[in-house]
Design a protein. Structure first.
Length: 114
């Protein structure tokens, strides 16, 4: 058993599920924001906030139905959102700042010296 197997054995199943839920919520928030505003920084912040909000809502629902709030679960969900929202921009295509120059037809022959 290597280091990865040992580390994986130390993480409870509940935290893994919260991390995965944070990935999903963070990706959903990121893509929604990026498609609306076309701004990567804003999309990253939105994705992280979405994952955090999902974690908080889940813990409040647990507390409502007889459970208790675990801050570690909120942290695991938020870390899942941070992980995915900082990874997505690495695989997105970069925008070209300057496209190909377009030929513009002159308005009149006099302005071109013809």
């Amino acid at each position: 058993m290597g280091i990865v197997g040992f580390a994986n054995a130390q993480i409870p199943e509940d935290k893994k599920l919260h991390f995965a839920a944070g990935n999903i919520a963070g990706a959903a928030g990121y893509f929604y924001s990026y498609n609306k505003h076309q701004d990567k920084k804003r999309a990253i912040i939105t994705g992280i906030c979405t994952a955090f909000a999902a974690g908080v809502m889940k813990e409040f629902s647990d507390a409502t139905f007889g459970g208790y709030v675990e801050l570690e679960d909120v942290l695991a969900t938020t870390l899942g959102g941070i992980t995915i929202t900082t990874t997505i921009p690495l695989f997105q295509n970069k925008k070209k700042k300057y496209g190909p120059k377009k030929y513009r037809k002159p308005k009149s022959k006099r302005k071109c010296g013809i």
